[in-house]
Design a protein around this ligand. Sequence first.
Ligand code: PEP
Ligand code: MN
Length: 277
Amino acid sequence: MKPFKLASREYRKQDTIIEINTGDKPILIGEGYCTVIAGPCAVESRESYIDIACFLKSAGVRILRGGLFKPRTSPYSFRGLGVQGVDIMLEVRQLTGLSLVTEVMDARDLDVLYDHIDILQIGSRNMQNFSLLEEVGKLDKPVLLKRGLSATIEEWLLAAEYILSGGNQKVILCERGIRTFEPYTRNTIDIGAIPLIKQLSHLPIIADPSHATGKWQMVTPVAKAAVAAGADGVMIEVHQEPDRALSDGKQSLTPENFLDMYEQVAKVAALNGKVLN
Ligand code: PEP
Ligand code: MN
């Protein structure tokens, strides 16, 4: 068998489909579906988060992202609202019915996030934070596991194995680009990882073209490429005023650009026989 066991196709031939049950009707993530997750990099304020959430809801989005704990390279950059932002996310969920995804950086925050958040994101920088992986492995909550900054496919699947072997079977992988020698883009998207993961594993895989490229102009073409290569969805950063965003403005789509991206991705999904959700 492969070193990753529970994550492997050998262990489970059938594709894993993860059901999110918080909205009006279940959202399915996995083979046969194309799930578009969208939202700002970070929750910045109550007003702006409500505003973007209402826009995304009207566009057809069902899962909203928003970072409360931001893993910033510099400690002097905006690091998120932290636990204080949980109430804002909750209010937005009540108002819109959108399901929520946010990054957890520290196991000590799981208590407060568990009751309110529908998908827990493990960020790239924490892909090999094994104690954090063990903690989310004990929960019955979907986990969005991003590929580490320089992680091989095998390291990534072994990180998923930490969660699966703890008992949590709801793991969604997310290709968000890797570090290479190329400085023009923030990261280098590994499109080939998508069909490869589909061969090696039964787990759903989505792509994050925002962090993979670092440039809003590249987000739509790379999102289309990922879905064409078999991704089960995309996660996209959106901001009303990207120039004023407190983080990742350069890679954030305006609402207008988001609508264009959504339309184009929907066409690629339809061509591939995927149900958009
Ligand atoms: C994010 O999604 O906000 C994020 C920080 O992404 P990554 O961990 O992929 O850098
Ligand atoms: Mn970001």
